[in-house]
Design a protein around this ligand. Structure first.
Ligand SMILES: Nc1ncnc2c1ncn2[C@@H]1O[C@H](COP(=O)(O)OP(=O)(O)O)[C@@H](O)[C@H]1O
Ligand SMILES: [Mg+2]
Length: 272
């Protein structure tokens, strides 16, 4: 096991040297209270939060997701981060299907439910591992590989014929998966309460609000109005726990994303 990780790290280092270094997300910065500037994707990937990206159609949800995926691919080897991809619109996430990081890819409702069941099994196995660990003063958290469940977009899965099954699995995972180092990153059209219940919204500690049609939609996503006044692209209102801030959202160069994907899928980077 340790040998495997060491080998993966070694591979990663040697691959990194040859990797393209597109500065895709240099502009993903935001000003947190206190004036510190941090990268948005760092919060998304390491913030210990389930993440929702909400906005109108064409507001740049998928584009931002690609920027975040690119940042993940720049920093994590497959042994460090796994991906479960739910792609009900069958367009955006397909490009990541063959990555060595990807453990499940689903593009229909049945596949999505099967993939969430898989995530549940992983979570339960990780909890069993935690149970074996010695009790300390801190609440135990799984320290192994992160698993990101990326969904573009949520709405089709919330209204399909098997929505009850999907929603109850989603709720179960949102409420319990964090301690197993399993995190959701979800794109969704401006979330109406009638489609995405408040109980589900509560689990998203990090919400990135892009351009929306109305103050009502902005309130559903973030608890405050404001997204209705954002330009179509380039700016977001971000809620991280109780804090609100604004962020700049640059465009993502999809050619650079493709370069990162072909880097990881090239034979020389496959970890045995
Ligand atoms: N930050 C941005 N700056 C400039 N153009 C952007 C930005 N984000 C997205 N776009 C453009 O807007 C269009 C719609 O983006 P997309 O990500 O598909 O939106 P959505 O997933 O919300 O429907 C695309 O053509 C994309 O290139
Ligand atoms: Mg989209």
């Amino acid at each position: 096991m340790f040998e495997f990780i060491a080998r993966a790290r070694e591979k990663r280092t040697s691959c990194k040297a040859a990797a393209p270094s597109p500065a895709i997300s240099a502009g993903y910065s935001w000003r947190v209270p206190g004036g510190e500037v941090a990268r948005l994707s760092q919060y998304v990937l390491e913030g210990g939060a389930h993440v929702m990206i909400a906005g109108n159609t064409r507001s740049g949800k998928s584009t931002l997701l690609h920027g975040i995926m690119a940042d993940a691919l720049k920093q994590y080897a497959p042994s460090e981060a796994g991906l479960v991809l739910l792609d009900p619109k069958r367009i955006e996430l397909r490009r990541y299907k063959d990555l060595p990081h990807t453990v499940r890819y689903a593009n229909d409702e049945d596949g999505a439910i099967e993939a969430l069941r898989y995530v549940q099994a992983v979570m339960e196995a990780r909890y069993r591992e935690l149970e074996q660990a010695e009790l300390t003063a801190d609440t135990p958290k799984y320290q192994g590989q992160r698993l990101y469940v990326v969904i573009d977009e949520l709405i089709p899965l919330m209204i399909g014929p098997r929505k009850k099954e999907f929603v109850s699995l989603l709720m179960l995972l949102l409420s319990q998966a964090g301690a197993a180092n399993i995190w959701f990153i979800v794109g969704t059209q401006a979330p109406k309460r009638s489609i995405i219940p408040g109980e589900i919204m509560l689990y998203f500690t990090l919400v990135i609000g892009l351009s929306m049609a109305s103050a009502v939609e902005s309130r559903c996503a973030l608890g405050v109005k404001g997204c209705e006044s954002l330009p179509l692209h380039g700016k977001a209102i971000v809620k991280y726990g109780p804090e609100l801030m604004t962020a700049s959202i640059p465009n993502t160069d999809l050619r650079s994303v493709a370069e990162l994907v072909s880097y990881w899928t090239s034979a020389s980077c496959k970890v045995a």
